[in-house]
Write a protein that binds this ligand. Sequence first.
Ligand code: PLP
Length: 388
Amino acid sequence: MQLVDNMARLGTETAFEVLARAAELERQGKSVINLGIGQPDFKTPEHIVAAAVKALQDGAHGYTPAPGVMELREAVAADIAARRGVEVSPERIVCMPGGKPTMFFAILMFGQPGVEILYPDPGFPIYRSMIEFTGATPVPIRLREENGFAFDAEEVLGQLTPKTRLVIVNSPGNPTGGVTPKAEMDKLAAGLEPHPSIALLSDEIYSRMLYDGARHETFLAYPELADRLIMLDGWSKTYAMTGWRLGYAVWPESLAPLATKLAVNCHSCINAPTQYAGIAALTGPQDAVDDMMKVFDERRRAITPLLNAMPGVSCITPQGAFYAFANVSGTGQDAKALQTRLLEEAGVATVAGTSFGVTSPNHIRFSYANSLDNIEEAMRRMTALLAG
Ligand code: PLP
């Protein structure tokens, strides 16, 4: 068979490989604590599940409009108005089976050989994978530990060239838990003004996962970007719904029909009962989200000092999401090798910084989507491994 060249350039998300290996070790009877995967360890709140069951019983069995039923898009618009303080027409909202298809389609729309796409590094691995798949040149936006893993707007603006078509940003960030200060967003928005042909994809999937009373800052709040901003968010993390596959984006008016056309070509529509679950999630009680964030905060406050107490390990306090991105350079061990040893010898699944780009070979991501007891046990195992 003769596959297209692009297939050789498609990357992947190593977290899924770690998950598979962890499951295999567990099948062999080994105890594995999973701090590798980026999904809340909570159940989807009951009223959301009930809405999907009801939708199925009521006959939501058929195709729906490709961008989602209007009631869902209206619920998203109302949520954006309430939480982000921005009025958005439901016509600009395209719901997708998860957050990923939005980035997939956005990068497909802008990527081709000869163009450049900027993306965060360390960052979600699918950005680079998809950029390379399209043949575009991936240009990493370096996120530095000393900046709390936020981008430096001046540096980003300095990376723009006549070939730049799309800039991707993500805050709160995976794998770092970093949150970009509003001042940097202001600078980036202002600096993009003289470049009206450059689009911005703002991945805000962790928008509800902030700590210390912080407020989410959104790129939707910059009306001057409205005709070229794609703002991605979804249900996966906020409502512990990763397996349901539901996400959305606000697209520029001109691009929403194209995103819809890609959806028609790809998946037709989102699974119908899932859409009713999504409506219940947005319009129903939010205490489960608040409760989940309280638990994540306790774990964040536990894991960060435990990591910092290990010789040769340092970790800045994450400001969002549920990841601690620890610098292990002082251990004298290669982070990727340490990831393997942690899993194989200590039964602790993590993901090394090399899975998130080229700029963090000395870091390991710890997802604290696991119980406090398990986190403490994992830290004990890691401490023992490093001492041994
Ligand atoms: N964006 C970021 C930054 C993520 O970390 C993830 C999932 O880990 C996604 C998007 C994709 O989310 P979904 O599972 O809804 O496709």
